[in-house]
Write a protein that binds this ligand. Structure first.
Ligand code: NAD
Ligand code: ISE
Length: 338
């Protein structure tokens, strides 16, 4: 099998992580071009990719480069639509980091463009679907011996965020992972959502509501209680506990050695998403490469990106109203049915 020749759009934090794994770690993959609105950023990305990597500062040029077979989009969410639409119009496979777009209306345009193209081209970077622990939870749930899931309790905590992180981003950038992952774990869609805010941490910048408690109820009535707390100071703390009729399935942080010292017992907590999900990103992108070379999409689709964003829009509305908001979208189009 030949290599997939990839163009990476956006050379920031995760862009550089992905350039490194695509260029040096994964099979059948080559980064032949990079693009960033800041030329210095693009040069930094190209230096990681290796010799002969071409540098662009506009989307059209990298997407239409005849040497580029496929596109990886790692710009901030507000800029995803332009690059994904350009790739779909050029008929090139595109892996887009989450969220697919920051509004459901923009995601819908991508869904419609992909259906019109007649080819499956878009994969969304919901990497938790490739995480070993979440897959083990799914196997246990699908196995049936735990009975019906009833309640899910999650935490999504990070050490800190910068000043560009807004109250809405707690939904569109952070909770979007649980929105997608739990819908996939439970084989269920969301029906209604609510957001509760109250005591705010002194560590949040001006205007940021932190923490936020998000409640999501699925169509079959499973209730999710998700704490998003992005200035927790102590670590990147992702936990998920599924309470079922016949028992409880708990996915804690991956374990580290427990040490005894100075009259205390302690265990480390991961520092950030780069380390916590390092293997999931590798498996996710390797699957994307292998599928793209066969002209297929195996991972989360543009439709998954769309329904996640419909739910996110309802959560953002709930942040403002303080009320329970309905989530509604139509049936899965035949194009996306498996
Ligand atoms: P970042 O701000 O570190 O990097 C973004 C880069 O994109 C910057 O280099 C910026 O100059 C560039 N850029 C901005 N606008 C652009 C445009 N219109 N065209 C091209 N380049 C542009 O952001 P990040 O933390 O790397 O996040 C990027 C995306 O990845 C976001 O969608 C984020 O949600 C997602 N992300 C996903 C995960 C995950 O766990 N899956 C983790 C981190 C980030
Ligand atoms: C970041 O963009 C990610 O996607 C991380 O996985 C998430 O934990 C964090 O909250 C986001 O800001």
């Amino acid at each position: 099998m030949g290599n997939l020749k990839i163009g990476v759009v956006g050379c920031g934090a995760i862009g550089r992580e992905h350039i490194n794994r695509l260029a040096h770690k994964l099979q059948n993959s080559e980064v032949v071009a990079v693009m960033d609105v800041f030329e210095e950023g693009a040069k930094r990305g190209a230096a990681m990719a290796g010799e002969n990597c071409r540098i662009y500062t506009d989307v059209a040029s990298i997407v239409n480069d005849s040497e580029v077979d496929a596109i990886v989009v790692t710009t901030p969410g507000f800029a995803h639509k332009e690059a994904v639409m350009a790739a779909v119009k050029a008929g090139k496979p595109v892996f887009c980091e989450k969220p697919l777009c920051t509004t459901a209306a923009d995601c819908k345009e991508i869904v419609e463009a992909e259906i019109a193209s007649g080819k499956h081209l878009v994969q969304v970077g919901f990497m938790r679907r490739y995480d070993r622990g979440y897959n083990q939870v799914k196997e246990l749930l699908d196995g049936g011996s735990f009975g019906k899931p009833l309640v899910v309790k999650c935490t999504h905590r990070a050490i800190s965020v910068d000043d560009s992180y807004s109250t809405e981003m707690a939904v569109t950038d952070t909770a979007i992972h649980e929105i997608d992952c739990l819908h996939w774990l439970l084989n269920d869609d969301w029906a209604k959502v609510q957001v509760i805010t109250g005591a705010n941490t002194k560590n949040a910048h001006e205007g940021l509501m932190d923490p936020q408690v998000m409640i999501m109820q699925s169509k079959t009535g499973v209730t999710v209680i998700l704490e998003v707390y992005v200035n927790c100071k102590f670590g990147y703390d992702i936990n998920c506990e599924v309470v079922c009729e016949e028992g409880v399935i708990n996915l804690p942080c991956p374990s580290f050695p427990t040490v005894r010292k100075d009259c205390a017992i302690s265990t480390a907590i991961e520092q950030n998403w780069i380390l916590r999900f390092i293997d999931s990103y590798d498996v996710e992108l390797q699957d994307w490469i292998s599928s793209a070379l066969k002209g297929e999409v195996n991972g989360p689709t543009a439709w998954d990106g769309y329904i996640a964003e419909v739910t996110a829009d309802a959560l953002v509305a709930a942040q403002k109203s303080g009320k329970m908001e309905e989530v509604s979208f139509g049936d899965t189009p035949a194009f996306y049915q498996k």
